[in-house]
Design a protein. Structure first.
Length: 173
């Protein structure tokens, strides 16, 4: 075997090993539908990648330029028409409500959404709190809610984010 072939083979093995380290694990999706009297709707995707879940999506029909609370709730039940069937925030660890990624917070506390001038929120973030398909922090089968108001990250246990504009059940892909 030539030296060039050895180097090419080694580079190929290294690149394939690198790809395995970045391969995606289980994934889930949520198809947000408006609650009664509202127009917010969109799709959110959750992809487990090691200890991180990559969350991305687009939600339309929001108040232009406004910030909206965004939470995973304990029950996957959007049948009530107002989103209240999803119960409270998903919180298997019994933590106080707080800011996602900063100190103690509910597992279901996510970053607030910011709608653009057309009422569209497009987002991408990572979470080390939630899981797709395993552990007590598994979000599959839980509810996903977009709220009317911004989350104040302080009021217990809700963040004072107001009525529920859109609801979805998070389902495994």
């Amino acid at each position: 075997m030539s030296l060039q072939t050895v180097f090419i083979s080694a580079a190929l093995v290294a690149s394939l090993a690198g790809c395995a380290a970045y391969s995606a694990g289980p994934s889930a999706t949520a198809q947000l539908q408006p609650t009664r009297g509202n127009t917010a709707a969109g799709t959110v995707t959750f992809v487990q990648s090691g200890e991180v879940v990559k969350v991305s999506g687009t939600i339309k029909g929001l108040k232009p330029g406004a910030e909206h609370g965004f939470h995973i709730h304990e029950k996957g039940d959007c049948s009530s028409g107002d989103g209240m069937g999803t119960g409270g925030h998903f919180n298997p660890g019994g933590k106080p409500h707080g800011h996602h990624g900063m100190g103690e917070h509910h597992t279901g506390d996510l970053p607030s959404l910011k709608a653009d001038a057309d009422g569209v929120a497009t987002f991408r973030f990572e979470s080390r709190t939630i899981r797709v398909g395993s552990s007590a922090n598994d979000i599959v089968g839980k509810g996903l809610i977009v709220h009317r108001d911004p989350d104040d990250y302080q009021t217990q246990p809700t963040g004072n984010a107001g009525p529920r504009l859109a609801c979805a059940v998070i389902t495994a892909k």
